[in-house]
Design a protein around this ligand. Structure first.
Ligand code: SAJ
Length: 429
């Protein structure tokens, strides 16, 4: 249930492994698009299913509290059709305790059945790395927790039958829920660490990327992460809030996790400060500057705008009166524009797109090619390290009259840009 970036590859894998599968999704477009998989928008097939797997999103609200509506909605629909003897697996990322405190009661209430006796529930947190060819759902190790020993054994056996990797049984549902939050919070705090280093090292003229790569020569006890203009995606900037909120409900305040979130959320502002300083060095102002923003997607090689820091950056730059033309080869113009307006609605108090200089914002211009984006730009900001941008040369930019480059993902050839007439700034290098 849920045919998104988690559920669809999983359904296709399960089918390939010889199971009979019905993919369920409430989005008619997803149902219509499917041709190699039996799909349905109704939950009828739950009745005859031995195993039901729920893979729905778990976003956070604007106030960063976990939004469990998709999970409770799915559990309600599954519960209505649940038959005795079924194993229900939740793959969605939830804070520790949700499967027991939210999902099981809904399943019992809707089905009139008793968990542990009539059906069992397991949690196997999804581990998907979009854009990664090597690590995909058929090869990534998993952890599983369940409400009963029998349920655990059944869930482990199922995942072992479809995945060519180890499946690790956890002692409880809560432990399995906590594993996922911990692995993603680990990533968020490590990115915050190098983001803070980038700001510090920029003041000491130390190249933070060289230093991280130097530290990474240590073959143990170090894991390289790299600074950037922000942390986006459906997992890393979101999951820590699950733990922060759950712990708060139980009387503990995760100062460190919250600090890491503050550092990472601050990076678009830091990028604006670097842009302002760079333009000042050229005797130019941010107000009225024409900026080519290269990349909108939250990570290279994929077209995904969820929590993408580029939109915070656009918002901050527009407030200062800059005119922005964005280009992302992986993002369709209409998707970019609707995300732009959605972001403005979320973050604009007055709801209108007016800059601090009082002028109505020119709104986001979207270029259809790199050349179009560079045309007439004073500034280039690289917000996503898409492969198309890595080959950019100083001459190419100068040909369009670009004067300043902010390499927001430290992905350009710094040496080439330093020796050119262009003003180049990286993040911490
Ligand atoms: N980022 C940095 N510096 C880094 C790494 C990432 O700034 O050193 C930024 C990226 O630009 C992006 C965000 O953080 O905006 C998230 O990057 P990500 O590589 O973690 O991408 P995700 O969100 O696709 O993370 C997925 C996650 N998979 C699951 O949650 C199941 C994550 O657990 C994986 O660790 C990650 O892939 C991965 O390893 O690539």
């Amino acid at each position: 249930m849920g045919l998104g970036y988690v559920g669809l590859p999983l359904a296709q894998l399960v089918q390939r492994k010889g199971y009979s599968v019905t993919g369920i999704d409430t989005d008619p477009a997803k149902i219509a698009a499917m041709d190699d998989l039996p799909v349905a928008s109704s939950f009828e097939s739950v009745k005859s299913a031995g195993i039901v797997i729920i893979c729905v999103p778990t976003p956070v609200y604007a106030d960063k509290l976990p939004n469990l509506e998709p999970v409770t909605g799915a559990a309600t629909s599954v519960g209505k059709h649940l038959a005795k003897g079924t194993l229900v697996v939740l793959e969605s990322t939830v804070n520790p305790g949700v499967t027991e405190a939210v999902v099981i009661p809904v399943l019992e209430e809707q089905s009139g059945l008793t968990a542990g006796q009539d059906f069992t529930v397991a949690h196997c947190p999804e581990r998907i790395n979009p854009g990664d060819a090597k690590w995909h759902v058929g090869t990534i190790p998993r952890v599983v927790g369940a409400s009963t020993e029998a349920g655990l054994a059944r869930a482990v056996e199922f995942y072992q039958s479809i995945i060519e990797a180890d499946i690790y049984p956890m002692a409880s549902l809560k432990e399995a829920e906590a594993v996922k939050i911990v692995e993603n919070s680990f990533r968020d705090i490590n990115i915050a660490f190098v983001n803070e280093l980038a700001i510090s090292f920029a003041k000491m003229d130390i190249d933070v990327v060289n230093v991280i790569n130097g530290a990474a020569t240590k073959p143990f006890a170090f894991m390289a992460h790299y600074p950037g203009i922000g942390v986006g995606g459906h997992c890393i900037p979101v999951d820590p809030y699950y733990l922060i909120n759950r712990a708060k409900q139980n009387g503990f305040d995760h100062d460190f996790l919250q600090l890491a979130r503050r550092i990472n959320s601050h990076m678009p502002e830091y990028a604006v400060a670097l842009t302002t300083d760079g333009l000042n060095e050229l005797g130019l102002a941010l107000n009225g500057a024409h900026i080519a923003l290269l990349g909108l997607s939250y990570k290279p090689g994929v077209g995904d705008l969820r929590e993408a820091p580029a939109f915070t950056l656009i918002d901050l730059l527009e407030k200062k009166g800059a005119r922005i033309t964005a280009y992302d080869p992986y993002i369709a113009k209409d998707a970019a524009l609707s995300e732009y307006h959605e972001h403005a609605r979320h973050h604009k108090h007055d709801g209108t797109l007016v800059g601090e200089n009082g002028k109505a914002r020119t709104g986001l211009h979207l270029a259809g090619s790199l050349t179009d984006a560079l045309q007439g730009a004073d500034v280039v900001i690289v917000a996503t390290g898409h492969s198309e941008f890595l080959k950019l040369t100083p001459a190419q930019l100068q040909a369009h009259g670009v004067r300043f480059v902010l390499d927001g993902r430290n992905c350009l050839d710094k040496a080439k840009f330093i020796e050119s007439k262009l003003l180049y700034r990286g993040l911490g290098r």
